[in-house]
Design a protein around this ligand. Structure first.
Ligand SMILES: [Zn+2]
Ligand SMILES: [Zn+2]
Length: 367
């Protein structure tokens, strides 16, 4: 059942609610703003769901001390919605106006790569590390609002593409843009992880549970061991497909019993303890794929890395091709990200819950 196609491309009038980052504040500030009018090279998206991420917690923890961002903007870097207005240039471009016709159900990639052939990142397959434009919801207006305007390079169509009877729920699509995309890109691209590897995944929160599914069900990694300090997260890790799950203190015994050593540690926590753990447990020549941003700074002894020939490969976000692959894998039923929906007005409470480690699934805010 599809809805009648939207044909009116006029800008929307009226106001909307937005939850904003304000430098120095420790919680999102609710504001009423005019519905944005897209610039010529932008589209306006009506938000259907927007994820909440640990990065949002970090923004507010640092805010009173030394804000990353000196200006006010609307939060929300994991968005899903429908295209409701095309800027002039987008409407005049036959390819873009067809790909993102009014009513198209889209996922918003916060990475917002420029995709210029002249870009040092984008021209070398490093779209995820393009900083030509700000990141959506991370220093420009994002999706914790009724509407968000973005460049077409920041959105990809959702398979099935019918927002009225979507195969993929908006909350799941929102989660796909970071909580699935980031581990997908790290596992399938940046990390160079191979099916024959023994993979230790450290951190079984929003990203970790998706990482386990990607490693087992998509890449087919032979042995996936998951670790978390929270006992109930270990149970979720087993349900997500981990071959073994154990607290960090129990890993050494587990490896001994299973007669394996990890070839790769996927660190989704990124703290001093997890770095030390990875260096201690990895086999000679092993690799740390670094995603988590838990500690601002970590230290290591070069000799410890050198003697074991350990390499560290960081990975950040993911490109649009990876996002389309994630959405396809979800549509095909290979990945089932667990997402809990909450009203958008709960955003501050969700941030506090994340900070205290009380939130297990990814939360998607519904405006
Ligand atoms: Zn995030
Ligand atoms: Zn670029």
């Amino acid at each position: 059942m599809s809805a009648p196609a939207q044909t009116d491309n006029s800008p929307l009038s009226g106001t909307m609610t937005a939850y904003r980052f304000v430098p120095g504040k420790t919680e999102p500030v609710r504001d009423t703003l005019p519905i944005p009018t897209p610039d010529a090279d932008e589209v306006l998206v009506k938000v259907l769901a927007a994820g909440v991420c640990h990065s949002d917690v970090h923004l507010f923890m640092l805010s009173p001390i030394k804000p990353f961002h000196p200006h006010t903007y609307t939060l929300g870097h994991e968005g899903a919605g429908t295209v409701v207005c095309l800027g002039e240039k987008v409407a005049a471009d036959p390819t873009l106006s067809q790909r993102f016709a009014l009513g198209t159900y889209v996922a918003i990639n916060p990475v917002n790569a420029c995709q210029s052939p002249k870009c040092d990142s984008c021209s070398r397959g490093l779209e995820n590390a393009c900083y030509t434009f700000p990141k959506v919801g991370l220093n420009m207006d994002g999706s914790w609002a009724d509407y968000v305007k973005v460049r077409p390079n920041a959105i990809v169509p959702v398979p099935g593409n019918d927002p009225q009877s979507p195969r993929l729920l908006p909350g799941v699509v929102a989660a796909a843009t970071d909580a699935v995309l980031t581990p997908w890109h790290a596992i399938m691209k940046t990390g160079g992880i191979k099916p024959e590897d023994t993979l230790l995944i450290v951190g079984c929160g929003g990203l970790g549970l998706n990482a386990i599914q990607i490693a087992k069900r998509v890449l087919g990694v032979r042995t996936v061991i998951a670790s978390d300090i929270r006992e109930d997260s270990l149970a979720l890790a087993r349900e997500s497909g981990a071959d073994h799950a154990a607290a960090p203190t129990a890993l050494r015994a587990l490896f001994k019993e299973q007669k394996v050593r990890p070839d790769v540690v996927l660190d989704l926590v990124g703290k001093q303890e997890t770095l030390d753990l990875a260096i201690a447990l990895l086999r000679i020549g092993g690799k740390i794929v670094w995603v988590g941003l838990g500690d601002g700074t970590v230290t290591f002894r070069p000799l410890a890395l050198g003697q074991k020939q350990i390499s560290i490969q960081p990975s950040f976000g993911g490109d649009n091709a990876s996002l389309e692959e994630c959405l396809a894998a979800i549509a095909e039923g290979k990945l089932t990200p667990s997402v809990e929906e909450r009203p958008m007005s709960d955003c501050a409470a969700v941030l506090h819950g994340l900070e205290k480690g009380e939130i297990r699934a990814r939360v998607a805010l519904i405006p």
